[in-house]
Design a protein around this ligand. Structure first.
Ligand SMILES: Cc1cc2nc3c(=O)[nH]c(=O)nc-3n(C[C@H](O)[C@H](O)[C@H](O)COP(=O)(O)O)c2cc1C
Length: 187
């Protein structure tokens, strides 16, 4: 690995897996823009953030809170994160206007956001499988909130903003099949 290789960590906390899929989608977009090395790890499994230039950290929202593994990640690595570029995301809102919901970060996460001077924070719609999630999940499903409200186009655009911010030039090109695809080169 060359000295100036760029490394980005995407880390997440999930219960039912849908936030992990968002994290992987973010990581895939970052890779496609040409970032050399993108790791995706559950928040509880991160041993060290020092190898990374930038960190994207997110959590599913349950009962208005981030999962404790994600909060624990911010607590464990606060000082190292202070010296890195950090982006935060959360996934939760359900229902057909989920992508329009502007949800503030939970208070205990917001304090990290303020003092880490995070570069950006995003809220993405969530996914609810009515058969999971205990009594509240079943209530939500019966009330009509079951389904997948994640918008992967929105997620990709957000990840491209991150790529631009770390110095990648995100360009659009057409594949041989005529579909638009994005690629990036280091500026
Ligand atoms: C018991 C329960 C509580 C929830 N509480 C919230 C909440 O307070 N705010 C919110 O935006 N979404 C809430 N949700 C929706 C979840 O955040 C959403 O289903 C999310 O996509 C789950 O992510 P995961 O699959 O990574 O666990 C809740 C879901 C369940 C089942």
């Amino acid at each position: 690995m060359e000295m100036d290789d760029m490394r980005v960590l995407v880390t997440y906390a999930t219960v039912h897996g849908s936030t992990a899929e968002i994290a992987r989608a973010i990581a895939l977009t970052l890779c496609r823009t040409g970032i050399d090395d993108v790791d995706v790890l559950p928040a509880s499994e991160v041993q060290d953030v020092r190898p990374y230039d930038s960190v994207v950290a997110g959590s599913a929202v349950y009962g208005g809170r981030w999962r404790k593994e994600a909060v624990g990640f911010l607590e464990r690595f606060g000082l190292e994160l202070f010296h890195r570029d950090v982006w935060l995301f959360q996934s939760g809102p359900l229902g057909h206007s989920a992508q329009y919901i502007v949800r503030a970060l939970p208070v205990n996460v917001g304090v990290f956001a303020e003092y880490l001077r995070v570069k950006g924070a995003a809220t993405f719609g969530g996914k609810l499988d009515g058969m999971k999630g205990g009594p509240v999940g079943k209530f939500l499903a019966r009330a009509g909130f079951g389904g997948d409200y994640r918008d992967f186009e929105e997620i990709r655009l957000w990840a491209e903003e991150i790529a631009r911010a770390v110095g990648m030039r995100v360009v659009m090109s057409r594949n041989s099949n005529g579909r638009l695809s994005r690629a990036g080169v280091r500026r």
